[in-house]
Design a protein around this ligand. Structure first.
Ligand code: PBG
Ligand code: ZN
Ligand code: ZN
Length: 330
C-alpha cells in the first residue's frame, strides 16, 4: 500500500544542501560576539585553567591575539576587565579608570581595527571589594539608587571612550533606563547600543568566568538580583521591562538550559535583535564532554548553537568564536 502523502518527509532533506534549507537560520560569522578578558598587566598572556584555550590578555598583546581572528572574519568582541593591580573598593572605582584595562582596550582596539565592533560588559563585581554587582547597604543588601547611578556612570564612560555597545550584566532594577538616560545626556545615545542582559539567571554555569575574572562574591550569593532558574514569568517580565526602559538588544543568559526563555524573548520582543550568552560553564561542559569521548567537539558545538538559533537568537556570545570562524571557512 502506498504511504500517505503527508507521511513522506525525507525527500525534503536527503541532500546536504536541502538540509541547510530546513534550518530557520544559519550561523554566520557576524552573529558571533567573542568574550575576551583584559588584564591590567599590559604584556600579559595568562592561560585560564578552567576555560580551555582562553587567556587573560594585556592591551599590548591584543594585536597578536585578535589579528588572525579579524583576518578570518571576526566582527565583534565583548570586553571584560580583569584588574589585578588596582584597589577594589565599595563602589567599584577601577571599573572606569581611564588607565584601567577596559578603557585602554577600547582605545587600542578602535585604533587597531576601526571596523571591529566593540561591546563592553558593564558590571561592578570585578571591581568592588565585596565582589557584588552593585553597591551595598550596611546589612549587605543592594542599595539600588546609587548602584544604578554608578552603573550608568561606568557605561557612559565606556561609551565616551568609544565603545559601540554597553551591556549591563549586573541585574539591578532600573539600570537600563538609567543608562539610556545617561547616554542621551552625554549626547551618545545615537552612537552607542544598549544590550540588556535581561533574563540573566543565578546559574551554576558562571564558575569558570568568576575564576577568570576574579569576581566571585566575598560573601553571600547573587540570588537577590539574578533570576531563579525556574522563573519563567519573572524572566518574561524582565524582558518586557528592559524593552520599555530602552534596551536596543535583549539577551538571555545562560543559553543551553534556557532555550524556552529565548523563545519567549523572541515572542515578547519581536522588533529587537535577540542575543544569548553561551557562558563559561556551558563552554567548559561541551569541551569536557568531547574530551571524554561523549561526542565530537565540532558537531556538538554546532548542535548547541543550532538550538539557540532555532529558539530565536540572532546574536550569540560564545567562547567558541575562534573555532566557529575556522569551521565556517570550510
Ligand atoms: N556580572 C558578572 C558577569 N558577567 C558575565 C558573567 C558570566 C559569563 C560567563 O560565565 O561566561 C558574569 C558572572 C556572574 O554574574 O557571576
Ligand atoms: Zn557582576
Ligand atoms: Zn558582567
Amino acid at each position: 500500500m502506498a504511504m500517505e502523502i503527508s507521511s513522506v518527509l525525507q525527500g525534503g532533506y536527503n541532500h546536504p544542501t536541502s538540509r541547510t534549507w530546513q534550518s530557520q537560520r544559519q550561523l554566520t560569522k557576524s552573529m558571533l560576539m567573542y568574550p575576551i578578558f583584559i588584564t591590567d598587566e599590559p604584556d600579559a598572556r595568562v592561560e585560564i585553567a578552567s576555560l580551555p584555550g582562553q587567556c587573560r590578555w594585556g592591551v599590548n598583546r591584543l594585536k597578536e591575539f585578535l589579528g588572525p581572528l579579524v583576518q578570518m572574519g571576526l566582527k565583534s568582541v565583548i570586553l571584560f576587565g580583569v584588574p589585578v593591580h588596582c584597589n577594589k573598593d565599595e563602589r567599584g572605582t577601577p571599573a572606569d579608570d581611564p588607565e584601567g584595562p577596559v578603557i585602554q582596550a577600547i582605545l587600542k582596539l578602535r585604533s587597531l581595527w576601526p571596523d571591529l565592533y566593540i561591546a563592553t560588559d558593564v558590571c561592578l563585581c570585578e571591581y568592588t571589594s565585596h565582589g557584588h554587582c552593585g553597591l551595598l547597604n550596611e546589612d549587605g543588601t543592594i542599595d539600588q539608587v546609587p548602584s544604578v547611578a554608578r552603573l550608568a556612570e561606568v557605561a557612559v564612560n565606556y561609551a565616551k571612550a568609544g565603545a559601540h555597545c554597553v551591556a549591563p550584566s549586573d541585574m539591578m532594577d532600573g539600570r537600563i533606563r538609567a543608562i539610556k538616560l545617561g547616554l542621551i545626556d552625554a549626547g551618545l545615545a545615537n552612537k552607542c547600543l544598549l544590550m540588556a542582559y535581561s533574563a540573566k539567571f543565578a546559574s551554576s554555569l558562571y564558575g569558570p568566568f568568576r575564576d577568570a575574572a576574579g569576581s566571585a562574591p566575598s560573601f553571600g550569593n547573587r540570588k537577590c538580583y539574578q533570576l531563579p532558574p525556574g522563573a519563567k514569568g519573572l524572566a518574561r517580565r524582565a524582558i518586557i521591562r528592559d524593552v520599555n526602559e530602552g534596551a536596543d538588544v535583549i539577551m538571555v543568559k545562560p543559553a543551553m538550559p534556557y532555550l524556552d526563555v529565548i523563545q519567549d524573548a523572541a515572542e515578547l520582543a519581536p522588533n529587537h535583535p535577540l542575543a544569548c550568552y553561551q557562558v563559561s560553564g556551558e563552554f567548559a561542559m561541551v569541551v569536557a564532554g568531547a574530551e571524554k569521548g561523549v561526542y565530537d567537539l565540532k558537531t556538538m558545538a554546532f548542535e548547541s548553537v543550532e538550538g539557540m538559533l532555532r529558539a530565536g537568537c540572532t546574536l550569540i556570545l560564545t567562547y567558541f568564536t575562534p573555532q566557529f570562524l575556522e569551521w565556517l571557512e570550510a
